[in-house]
Design a protein around this ligand. Structure first.
Ligand SMILES: [Fe+2]
Length: 325
């Protein structure tokens, strides 16, 4: 099934893409479509003392049939306009809408053409990436990740340190249409890597496409929108530690009061929902595409700021500061 569907879908989408590219070229030529504004650039609270910084996107849902590649370029242009030197860039799953090869190529090309290409790029698998062809799609994305990191990754999950700070990227160990299966082996990996990462009081960043059950407005905002049956086991691991940030996408919810879930305030264990970058968002004051976060890590705190990267504008009042425990 996957052998037949993926190339047919990819081929059809590529043809439509050529047509869409013509429209975009005309729209850009007439000034109907413009890039990000430059009057509200990304700024750091204390640039001299940032220990590590990263840009955090989810759900880019790139389609080779739409303007998504241009939207990606706008986001990278906004990052470049800041003149700041980020250390890492994350896409927390649903990189592609249909899982077709041409759409991934557009993402890899957009990254390669941006200054982010010089930084550490983290990719997580989302349900849209793996639902049509779990084995081959997971392998393709992890092969790309291996290329980015220069180390071989042979599982759908991995970890990597940037400036001494650990990113742990999770992914489903089996095929699922929308949820994720987290094996005992992955749970043990998560536990041991958080232990290592936080041993000296530093924060750990756990990237997982799906949110945990009963967080961020679930199940009301989406009856079946959580990670699934292993959700509680993942949460139990997180709650064993201090200074843990669980960062998920999947919901396509904007930035609002339910974007932050406090699991344990005393120990600094949180879940933060990342809005969709490549699709409209459902809740909060900001529903447009192009949303994401940028994160500053200091010796004593972590600062998340929500931003419209396509428009070049930070979301007013949507900066959250977490002091380390
Ligand atoms: Fe999604």
């Amino acid at each position: 099934m996957e052998v037949i569907l993926t190339p047919i879908l990819g081929g059809l989408l590529h043809i439509v893409d050529l047509f869409m590219q013509i429209i975009l070229t005309v729209a850009l030529g007439f000034g109907w479509v413009t890039g990000p504004a430059t009057d509200d650039p990304i700024t750091f609270q204390d640039p001299e003392n940032v220990q590590m910084s990263f840009v955090l996107w989810a759900d880019t849902h790139t389609r080779s049939t739409a303007f998504n590649p241009y939207w990606l370029e706008c986001g990278f242009e906004d990052i470049d306009n800041s003149g700041l030197d980020f250390d890492a860039f994350v896409i927390a799953g649903d990189i592609s809408e249909f899982g077709d090869a041409p759409s991934y190529e557009l993402v890899w090309d957009a990254i390669a053409d941006s200054s982010i290409a010089d930084e550490t790029v983290f990719l997580a698998t989302g349900n849209h990436d793996i639902r049509l062809a779990y084995e081959s799609q997971t392998e393709m994305i992890m092969t790309k990740e291996s290329e980015y990191l220069g180390v071989e990754i042979d599982k759908p999950y991995y970890s990597y340190d940037v400036n001494g700070y650990t990113f742990i990227v999770m992914g489903s160990d089996e095929w699922q249409f929308e949820k994720a299966i987290i094996s005992d082996e992955q749970l043990a990996f998560l536990d041991s890597e958080i232990t290592r990462a936080t041993a000296t009081g530093k924060p750990a960043f756990v990237i997982c496409h799906q949110p945990l059950a009963n967080t961020h407005g679930l199940p009301e905002v989406w009856e079946n929108g959580d990670l699934g049956e292993d959700s509680e086991a993942v949460k139990e691991v997180l709650l064993k530690h201090k200074n843990v940030f669980f960062l998920n996408g999947h919901l396509h919810d904007g930035v609002y009061e339910k974007s932050l879930e406090v699991f344990n305030e005393a120990n600094g264990v949180y879940s933060i929902n990342i809005p969709a970058y490549g699709k409209d968002n459902d809740y909060g004051e900001w529903s447009q595409t192009g949303l994401g976060d940028y994160v500053e890590v200091y010796a004593d705190r972590v600062v998340f700021t929500a931003r419209d990267f396509q428009a070049g504008q930070s979301l007013e009042g949507m900066t959250y500061t977490f002091y380390l425990k």
